[in-house]
Design a protein around this ligand. Structure first.
Ligand code: FMN
Length: 192
């Protein structure tokens, strides 16, 4: 399949629907290396990736997600909800936290540095899906919670979590979702 055909047909798979499994260590390394080959104004590499896989998923849920949810999201959450939140990362075989870590102050605008982190996320999605793995880019409450951010290494107030890329076993989603109307989005500028 050509790259163009792949991009015109690839689909994400919901984290809840991911089959068990994950890329092996060598494949994951290749996916991440491909993910890092993004446009990066100023060559600042303003991003970091934290890999959460295997037993670390449950440990992160127990030590970080659950207490953060109870403290910052819903103090009166029942045990069933807390258990659900603690298991959030276990929906996939591996969760890749992509941090946007801009250099500030710098002549390269922070906005452009964040955009480069978004490109890392999308490159990882494309790389993993091109290898056949079920993949989804999520933020949910977890990307914005101060305790989750701190636990992953967001050290300055400009640091953000650009996304959690969930990667499971191999599964291709063949159902397309509604796409925006091309003509509503694309226009050709012409001199007035
Ligand atoms: C920055 C970002 C954050 C997202 N966060 C969520 C989320 O929290 N919950 C959700 O259901 N979908 C979220 N999505 C959408 C999912 O990635 C969804 O799977 C995607 O829109 C499916 O489209 P695709 O098949 O074209 O990849 C997010 C997308 C982006 C770009």
């Amino acid at each position: 399949m050509s790259t163009l055909s792949f991009l015109q047909t690839r689909r994400s798979v919901k984290a809840a629907d991911m089959p068990h499994g994950r890329p092996d260590a060598a494949t994951l390394q290749q996916i991440l290396a491909a993910g890092l080959r993004v446009p990066d104004h100023g060559k600042l590499a303003p991003w970091r990736i934290v890999v959460i896989e295997g037993e670390a998923r449950a440990a992160f849920g127990r030590d970080v997600l659950r207490p953060a949810f109870e403290k910052n999201q819903r103090a009166d959450a029942p045990e069933s909800t807390l258990a659900l939140e603690a298991g959030r990362f276990e929906r996939a075989g591996v969760v890749l936290a992509v941090l946007s870590t801009p250099t500030v102050p710098h002549k390269i605008p922070v906005w452009e540095q964040h955009l480069s982190a978004g490109a890392v996320c999308q490159n990882i999605v494309i790389a993993a899906q091109s290898e056949g793995y079920a993949t989804q880019w999520l933020t949910e409450w977890t990307a914005f919670d101060p305790d989750v951010k701190a636990a992953l290494g967001c050290n300055s107030q400009d640091d953000q979590i650009a996304g959690f890329i969930y990667v499971g076993g191999k599964l291709t989603n063949t159902d397309d979702r509604p796409r925006p109307d091309y003509d509503a989005v694309v226009s050709h500028w012409s001199a007035g």
